[in-house]
Design a protein around this ligand. Structure first.
Ligand SMILES: Cc1cc2nc3c(=O)[nH]c(=O)nc-3n(C[C@H](O)[C@H](O)[C@H](O)COP(=O)(O)O)c2cc1C
Length: 252
């Protein structure tokens, strides 16, 4: 039986949840490749199957995640590609992910965009993925399994344009409440950009920081979060502009 590997970058945990849900539809054991931590090379064989999930950051897959994913290569390895976004816009992230996987010699059989709770603006897509999403994701997984068994590759055009939109650094400040921080340094370990110094976790290097939210989500004291004028000013307008429910899309 083929070995299934889940490959994901999931600072706030929802992309991991979607990828795991797809993996649950396969029989047998799953190997995990968490790109928040793994930054090495790996080669997959033509007997392997990979399920690759990326969050959408400003219409792209996150740069750090892209760099890490680029070090993984296939050998005509069957791949399922998923981008997970916060009910705003996918823009070029899915086409970028499918392109990158093909360039690295993966055989993409199916692709999807799914919606999850917005990891910056917490009033958007609250509670997603929900039961209705999970049902659709399971149906997609079954279709993908059938395609793998039949040896079919993706035929549909996925949405997005080339060249992809430029990377955009969000102007929001990630801050740390000194009175709550207990110097456990979990944020220092998880930060994929190494933007948090271990002698002062409150002193984030905002030029390096991608605002991925991994430090906010790992903090056991709830000491970290977005603050500042730019964030407070954007939040209400962003939440009302993206209040209408979007649905996952599937491509074969
Ligand atoms: C830096 C950053 C940029 C984001 N940009 C977008 C975006 O362009 N479109 C969108 O719909 N959601 C956007 N989001 C929301 C995430 O794509 C969404 O919350 C996703 O589910 C996060 O995945 P995770 O839980 O695996 O971290 C952004 C989130 C972050 C942290």
């Amino acid at each position: 039986m083929s070995k299934v590997t889940t490959i994901f970058f999931s600072p706030s945990g929802t992309t991991k949840k979607v990828v795991n849900q797809i993996a649950n539809n396969f029989e047998g054991e799953t190997v995990i490749c968490d790109l928040l931590y793994f930054n090495g090379e790996k080669e997959f064989s033509r007997e392997d199957i990979v399920i690759v999930g990326m969050p959408v950051f400003a219409g792209r897959i996150p740069k750090t995640a892209r760099d890490r994913l680029s070090k993984l290569t296939g050998d005509d390895t069957k791949a399922i590609a998923v981008v997970n976004y916060g009910n705003a816009h996918v823009t070029d992230a899915l086409i970028e992910l499918v392109d990158l996987l093909k360039e690295s010699n993966f055989d993409v059989v199916a692709a999807a965009s799914t919606i999850s709770h917005h990891s910056i603006f917490d009033g958007v897509a609250v509670g997603r993925p929900d039961e209705a999403d999970i049902e659709k994701i399971n149906e997609f997984s079954q279709n993908a399994i059938e395609r793998i068994e039949n040896g079919s590759s993706i035929e549909a055009e996925v949405p997005g344009n080339r060249p992809y939109v430029d990377y955009k650094q969000l102007p929001f400040v990630v801050s740390c409440d000194d009175s709550k921080c207990v110097f456990c340094l979990e944020c220092v370990s998880v930060c994929p950009e190494r933007a948090i110094p271990d002698d002062d976790p409150a002193d984030v290097d905002l030029d390096l920081c991608s605002r991925c939210t991994s430090c906010i989500n790992i903090c056991p004291e709830n000491a970290r979060g977005f603050t500042g004028e730019a964030f407070e000013a954007k939040k209400p307008a962003f939440e009302s502009a993206n209040a209408e429910r979007k649905e996952p899309e599937f491509y074969y």
